[in-house]
Design a protein around this ligand. Structure first.
Ligand SMILES: Cc1cc2nc3c(=O)[nH]c(=O)nc-3n(C[C@H](O)[C@H](O)[C@H](O)COP(=O)(O)OP(=O)(O)OC[C@H]3O[C@@H](n4cnc5c(N)ncnc54)[C@H](O)[C@@H]3O)c2cc1C
Length: 549
């Protein structure tokens, strides 16, 4: 493996919405900026094929009560995210500024000349989400970044952070197509690596990458942050989603229909006929509803748009195209499925990893020089864009006051990674990344799935430790592609183990963390559950959310 050193004031890890917004802001603040992207920034990340809802508080629309707006928002799926109020307050004080910037840059944020609100809201209540045409948003953001001199490096996976004392001074990466190690020297680093997929099996286990996030986001950011001593939060709290069966798509709020059982009875009380302003909020009130109907012998459930007007149909199709649903629409077209005539079967999707990198309202982590933004800390498009921007702004400022360090202080770590890579590449026999990933998913779903208890979690943790140990000594990478897949799986194993430890420590039932051995929700545990690595050992503690709960 050859080594190449790349230097910048600010290094953005991940070329998704948060990473690009951070880069744009840092670039226009005068910093030299490099974005490192594991895939291709145009086609990677959750924003790659578009989004259509951007939550924003607009004083002239919502009035002066920003807290009331936040309260309303927390009644939607947003409320599942366990965070301090200060984060939401910062987001909604600044998100509208981002909306206006995006509109200026060429991402259409208005519809027919005005702010259009629809979806993710209850009939008769405050509307919180602007509809916007996000299909080509990444092209626009990449252009804005390049216009500010940002360098985007595709096909490089960042693997670990480099530190000097409590300060982050750069990162280590591998090229995904060439036999090359990249050493990044930076005054500030922003982690914007998205969610953690592939920890639990997909709805279609034979198709591991059939995942709403795209499957490439493998919790790298949180794994490398944890190894460097950064705090992670609520790793044990899983998430689930609901949508068209087998397609594992996000975008539930773009459907204009009524969720119904096979007899045509609505499953919820919110709408009786398709309503373009609200959709059917039962999907947000209870994402498990399809699974519950199925288990009770009352399913399947359908998204029934058959009563839709022609005008609303056109409206819905317009937004579905912006919501990254092109492949689903193409498939329906090919198969002669017309939602005006055919109800679409919906299902609850499998568990997804929750948890986040702890970052404050300035996007700072507990390590000097390290910032985190977007799904890796707190996502959806509005949060990714807003906190990406905030991270870029603060990282650029900090870089002005910081001298760059010599990354050779981390030579031992660099060489250690080089050796591990060489071992992975030299072995001719052993499990490959896919076998290991499948084994991991099996253990996660069997032992840390929808039902957890002490004995089950302890047994699962033992299995996982064995898989991890085996992977450490036997994993093989026959080419550069398999190499970065192996490095992803190593990260996933790390997150899996933390999830077990934290699930054991959360002795209560809350949200989708269900423990029949502790069936009550303990009000004393309505706190941030934080883990970090101290002297090679994970330390878990409970802490109040910043800015109140
Ligand atoms: C189909 C779909 C529709 C959605 N619709 C909406 C919507 O309408 N409204 C809304 O609010 N939200 C929506 N979301 C969610 C929203 O898109 C995400 O919350 C947001 O895009 C997250 O941005 P991000 O930059 O944090 O992460 P991502 O966009 O996931 O970007 C992370 C990037 O980091 C890269 N990366 C990961 N690890 C590494 C590494 N080790 N080294 C280098 N690069 C790495 C990845 O390849 C990826 O490009 C939707 C998501 C999907 C999938």
């Amino acid at each position: 493996m050859t080594e190449e050193v790349i230097e910048a004031d600010v290094l953005c890890v991940g070329g998704g919405i948060a990473g690009l917004m951070a880069a744009i802001r840092a670039g226009e603040s005068g910093a030299t900026v490099v974005v490192v992207e594991k895939g291709n920034a145009r086609y990677s990340g959750c924003g790659r094929s578009g989004n259509d809802h951007f939550e924003a508080y607009i004083p002239e629309v919502h009035g002066p009560d920003i807290d009331g707006f936040i309260e309303e928002l927390l009644k939607t799926a947003k409320g599942e995210i366990l965070l301090g109020r200060n984060i939401f307050q910062t987001q909604f004080a600044r998100a509208f500024g981002i909306v206006k910037l995006w509109d200026e840059w060429g991402i259409p944020m208005k519809y027919q000349g005005g702010w259009e609100f629809a979806g993710h809201s209850f009939p008769g209540r405050t509307m919180t989400h602007i509809k916007y045409e996000g299909r080509f948003q990444k092209e626009v953001l990449i252009k804005q970044a390049k216009d500010r001199g940002v360098v985007i490096l595709d096909r490089v996976m960042v693997v670990d952070l480099l530190r000097q004392g409590d300060r982050v001074i750069g990162a280590l990466g591998v090229h995904t197509r060439e036999e090359k190690i990249l050493l990044f020297k930076a005054k500030a680093v922003i982690l914007a690596t998205g969610k953690c997929s592939r920890l639990y099996p997909s709805l279609t286990p034979g198709w591991m990458f059939n995942d709403p996030h795209g499957g490439v986001q493998s919790g790298d950011g949180r794994a490398m942050a944890y190894r460097a001593g950064v705090e992670l939060q609520n790793v044990e709290m899983p998430q689930r989603h609901i949508g068209p069966k087998y397609f594992v798509k996000f975008g539930q709020a773009s459907w204009i229909g009524v969720v119904k059982d096979p007899q045509g009875e609505p499953a919820g009380d919110f709408v009786q006929k398709p309503d373009r302003r609200h959709g059917d909020m039962i999907l947000e009130v209870n994402k498990l509803i399809a699974e519950e109907y199925h288990a009770a012998g009352k399913g399947p459930l359908y998204m029934d748009c058959t009563d839709i007007s022609e005008e609303d149909y056109e409206y819905m199709m317009h937004w579905m195209e912006h919501e990254g649903n092109i492949s689903l629409l193409d498939h329906m077209r090919e198969e002669g499925i017309d939602i005006r005539r055919h109800p679409i079967e919906f299902s609850t999707y499998p568990l997804r990893a929750g948890g986040l990198i702890v970052a404050n309202e300035k996007a700072e982590t507990n390590l000097e020089g390290l910032y985190s933004a977007g799904d890796e800390s707190y996502g959806d498009i509005s949060a990714a864009a807003t906190f990406g921007w905030i991270a870029g702004e603060n990282a650029a400022l900090a870089s002005q006051e910081t001298k760059s360090c010599d990354i050779e202080v981390e030579r031992a770590k660099i060489d250690e990674m080089g050796n591990s890579i060489e071992q992975l590449r030299m072995r001719s026999q052993g499990p490959d990344w896919m076998e290991t990933n499948i084994a991991l998913q099996q253990v996660m779903s069997d032992y840390a799935g929808m039902v957890r208890n002490e004995a089950l979690l302890e047994q699962g943790l033992n299995h996982l430790k064995r898989i991890r140990e085996k992977a450490r000594g036997e994993l093989i990478a026959r080419n550069t592609h398999e190499l970065w897949r192996c490095l992803e799986v190593i990260n996933l194993l790390e997150i899996g183990e933390l999830l077990f430890l934290m699930a054991l420590d959360r002795k209560e039932t809350r949200g989708l963390h269900r423990r029949p051995d502790f069936p009550e929700t303990d009000p004393m545990l309505d706190k941030a559950h934080v883990v970090h690595l101290i002297d090679g050992t994970p330390r878990i503690e409970w802490r109040s959310y910043q800015g109140g709960e």
